[in-house]
Design a binder for this molecule. Structure first.
Ligand code: 4AD
Ligand code: MG
Length: 462
């Protein structure tokens, strides 16, 4: 059995050969003498055309009625057709129906809305759009591993079930084996998590960063790549409750090193996808976002901008734009501000650095001004923030003060503090939102359409 991908990639090799292909019917049309089936086997974005004739098939009648989604095994001659719309076709000698399909199959050959396709998430991977999205998702995942492995980063597996709230934002999904309707209580009336299966309060991780720091201070350069969970009630096109994150962490690296790696990584990923998914990228370029490929190529060939938060705020204030959310030093940048900076001012990806400490997590390194921290967010046109990173606070006393200041409990982070005591050199890292980079590369505008099984507030079929 030949994969349809190799028919496209090595057509010459199969010219005039008898071959066998297996796949599913995408379309089937014809007359009472002959017919055409577009057959897709999942190995490639495109389908192969099968021509069948009453003259050569005993079961012509049955095949001409084979419905969309039926699974077939086709034996026939592979013929190059340089003058036709299709580069080649298979002239069928024998077709066996391996699995039938029913007439009410919801995915017919027409343009369905994204909303409708979300309702049939169990079938949408078979559509052109989602076939392209999920193959690109796979290719980007591979490119990310390849980038880090080629640069000698160690892949660290950090816990999914954890006791630490990395972002300190209280957005964790708690998990417990206690009967919460009637939980055991301590003398002060608090829920007694020491009686829980885990012996203390446990949640799903929001970030593997703190554990990645452990590994960075042993292996120098490491990265994580795994699912993360946020119980934030953000009903936007960019937030999911379950998403994937890539978190490199590097010892002996400062904020500039951090951004250099992030920029090189983004460019590497884009190049890799353009080279390895040309058919899918052409599809996105045509149907999702005109000019996408050219824009991505420009990004690879130019430097990202780097501006401080303070500069960004000044630009926004001087813009004369009537923002819904007024701009003053100290605010967290909103989507409208990010869009203005990336789409109107710079027209390319920008790193915004040195944010006010009040709007960032406890672990970010305090700058000399005592007001800002060594943070870097990467903002891109169309999507907004795709990376959040920072140099980490390596000074024991400063970190201790920050933990107290942010109302956290030092005892919970004793091991994190320990890292500062024993060879706690300067180190930096960042988190890339996997779905956000997929949105950026494909031009898909809703995070629900780049996640195979989206889980967002109020959408959770699986
Ligand atoms: O900016 P965040 O919260 O940073 C961290 O978690 C750090 N611990 C990362 C690090 O320094 N190692 O999240 C990082 C990225 C964001 O820039 C965004 O792309 C993505 O994760 N992200 C989300 N993606 C989808 N849905 C959500 N609810 C997301 N929250 C964050
Ligand atoms: Mg962030």
């Amino acid at each position: 059995v030949v994969e349809i991908k190799s028919l496209f990639r090595e057509s010459e090799k199969y010219a005039d050969q008898e071959i066998v292909v297996e796949g599913w019917v995408r379309t089937n049309r014809g007359s009472n003498k002959f017919g055409f089936i577009e057959l897709n086997d999942g190995t490639f974005f495109k389908s192969v055309q099968v021509v069948y004739e009453a003259e050569f098939l005993d079961n012509f009648e049955e095949i001409s009625k084979a419905p969309v989604a039926a699974a077939l095994c086709v034996t026939g001659t592979f013929v190059l057709t340089p003058d036709a719309k299709q580069p080649f076709e298979i002239k069928a000698k024998n077709i066996v129906i391996e699995a039938g399909s029913e007439a009410d199959y919801p995915l017919q050959k027409k343009r369905h809305s994204m909303e409708f396709l979300r309702e049939i998430a169990h079938l949408r991977p078979r559509s052109n759009t989602f076939s392209a999205v999920f193959r690109v998702r796979s290719i980007v995942a591979y490119a990310i591993h390849k980038f880090f492995q080629e640069n000698n980063f160690v892949y660290a597996h950090t816990p999914i079930i954890t006791a630490s709230d990395c972002e300190g934002a209280g957005e964790m999904f708690q998990i417990t084996t206690l009967d919460l309707d009637n939980p055991p209580r301590t003398e002060d009336g608090e829920i007694d998590y020491s009686q829980d299966f885990f012996g203390k309060k446990a949640s799903l991780t929001v970030s593997g960063q703190l554990e990645a720091e452990i590994f960075a201070l042993a292996f120098k350069n490491v990265y994580t790549f795994g699912p993360t969970f946020r119980a934030e009630n953000s009903n936007t096109a960019r937030h999911a409750s379950e998403f994937w994150m890539i978190e490199p962490e590097m010892a002996f690296a400062d904020l500039t090193d951090d951004m250099d790696v992030a920029e090189a990584m983004i460019k590497y990923i884009i190049n890799y996808v353009l080279e390895n998914a040309p058919e899918e990228m052409e599809f996105f370029n045509k149907f999702m976002d005109k000019g996408l490929i050219e824009r991505l190529q420009n990004i690879v060939n130019s430097d990202f901008e780097r501006v401080t938060y303070t500069e960004a705020v000044e630009i926004l204030q001087k813009s004369g734009e009537d923002f819904q959310y007024p701009v003053e030093w100290g605010i967290d940048l909103q989507t409208e501000h990010e869009r203005y900076l990336t789409e109107k001012v710079y027209k390319k990806p920008i790193f915004v650095i040195d944010y006010p400490k009040e709007i960032k997590a406890f672990y970010m390194r305090l700058n000399d001004d005592g007001k800002t921290v060594a943070a870097c967010d990467l903002l891109v046109p169309g999507v907004g923030e795709i990376i959040g990173g920072s140099q980490r606070e390596e000074r024991y006393d400063v970190l201790k003060a920050r933990i107290e200041e942010t109302g956290m409990t030092e005892e919970d982070y004793w091991w994190y503090m320990d890292l500062r005591k024993y060879g706690g050199v300067k180190h930096s890292g960042y988190g890339l939102g996997f779905e956000r980079i997929i949105m950026y590369i494909t031009g898909m505008s809703n995070i629900r359409d780049v996640l195979p099984f989206p889980r967002t507030p109020k959408t959770a079929e699986f």
